[in-house]
Ligand binder design. Structure first.
Ligand SMILES: Cc1cc2nc3c(=O)[nH]c(=O)nc-3n(C[C@H](O)[C@H](O)[C@H](O)COP(=O)(O)OP(=O)(O)OC[C@H]3O[C@@H](n4cnc5c(N)ncnc54)[C@H](O)[C@@H]3O)c2cc1C
Length: 330
């Protein structure tokens, strides 16, 4: 009879979360779904969403959750996440309210994790600061960009990051950018580490020239990628062993426009899966993605690696099952 034990454990967890919300004056909500919080507009119910508004508050919330312990995951704009249709029995720490003010100081800019990356790029261009103009079309937050080492058109956020602020023991700790490995859409941040903000170092340049380069990147993006659609950007990474990009590989297999239920291989860019309709399902997107992987393996011998993160629905934790308190599956 495990059910009553789990129920007691969930009730205790819920009471602890309510207490954390009250004590730390942070919004803790139930009844949200990943379909509202991710750009693919799919994904099931979430037990709790907690939305800190300052870096200090976020650091104390994480310490309080870890102390119980209560499982949590960080979410920015959800533009790189495919969450299952089932129930997600953990806390989502939504960073979108953690915006603060951007602070420019000479060539340095300090920004909080929930700030919009496209907006930061515009702000930097206005200040005559170059180095991130290629990132202007990447949807999402600064925190998500740091976690993934987001990049486009020759720019990656890691190359201009002087330091990152992270949550440690309830406090805001600063770690130098050079101590982090910045790889292709992957970094060495540790599982369960919450990123609170960063300081970037940019280079002075003519604002007009920066704006021109931003516009160039934007029009390239508009002509090669679906816009206004519900996607998560490139679904798969480009395979290092192939001279041909993943989009081209999928296109050459004739899969553009292929549909499975509510998910479609974008007719504009074959490495984008877009979803359709109010009742769009993660399972359709996943089925289509798995078919693509199987065909690429069969026809080219290449194992495609997901660029999008797959977040699995899970069973509620029992009282003894807490070692996996912060879970980040790839
Ligand atoms: C149309 C479109 C185009 C795109 N083009 C590009 C592109 O050109 N280049 C590119 O790199 N990406 C691209 N992407 C993917 C996506 O926009 C980026 O990966 C973006 O940086 C994700 O930011 P986010 O805030 O949405 O993160 P989320 O999707 O919310 O999260 C992504 C990961 O980061 C973690 N995370 C987020 N915030 C924090 C935090 N504060 N602390 C700890 N972990 C955190 C999450 O747990 C998750 O593991 C595109 C997506 C779309 C929809």
């Amino acid at each position: 009879m495990t059910q009553p034990i789990e129920k007691t454990s969930i009730q205790r967890r819920d009471a602890a979360i309510e207490e954390i919300g009250r004590k730390l004056k942070v919004r803790a909500e139930r009844g949200r779904r990943f379909a509202e919080l991710t750009s693919l507009r799919v994904g099931g119910a979430i037990d709790w969403v907690i939305s800190p508004e300052t870096e200090g508050q976020a650091a104390t919330v994480v310490a309080a959750l870890d102390a119980v312990p209560i499982a949590w995951r960080a979410l920015g704009s959800g533009s790189n996440v495919l969450a299952d249709d089932g129930e997600h029995h953990y806390v989502v720490l939504s960073l979108k309210e953690l915006k603060g003010d951007v602070k420019f100081d000479g060539v340095r800019v300090s920004v909080s994790a929930g700030y919009s990356l496209p907006r930061l790029c515009v702000d930097a261009a206005r200040q005559g600061l170059s180095g991130i103009e290629g990132l202007g079309g990447i949807p999402g937050t600064v925190g998500g960009a740091l976690w993934m080492n987001a990049g486009a058109y020759g720019h990656e956020i890691g190359t201009v990051t002087e330091s990152v602020r992270v949550a440690r023991d309830g406090l805001v700790a600063k770690i130098p950018g050079h101590s982090i490995s910045w790889n292709y859409r992957r970094t060495s941040f540790k599982e369960g580490e919450l990123l609170l903000g960063a300081t970037l170092i940019l280079q002075p340049d003519d604002p007009e020239k920066i704006r021109e380069r931003m516009e160039e990147a934007k029009s390239k993006r508009l002509s090669t990628q679906p816009h206004g659609g519900r996607s998560a950007g490139c679904f798969f990474k480009n395979p290092p062993e192939s001279a041909v990009g993943t989009g081209k590989l999928i296109d050459e297999m004739g899969m553009k426009g292929e549909r499975r239920g509510t998910a479609i291989v974008s007719p504009v860019h074959a490495n984008f899966i877009v979803t359709d309709g109010e009742d769009a399902r993660a399972s359709d997107a996943l089925q289509l993605a798995e078919e693509i992987r199987e065909r690429v393996k069969r026809e080219h011998g290449i194992d495609l690696e997901y660029e999008v993160e797959l977040w699995r629905a899970n069973q509620p934790e029992s009282e003894t099952d807490h070692e996996d308190a912060t879970t980040k599956e790839q």
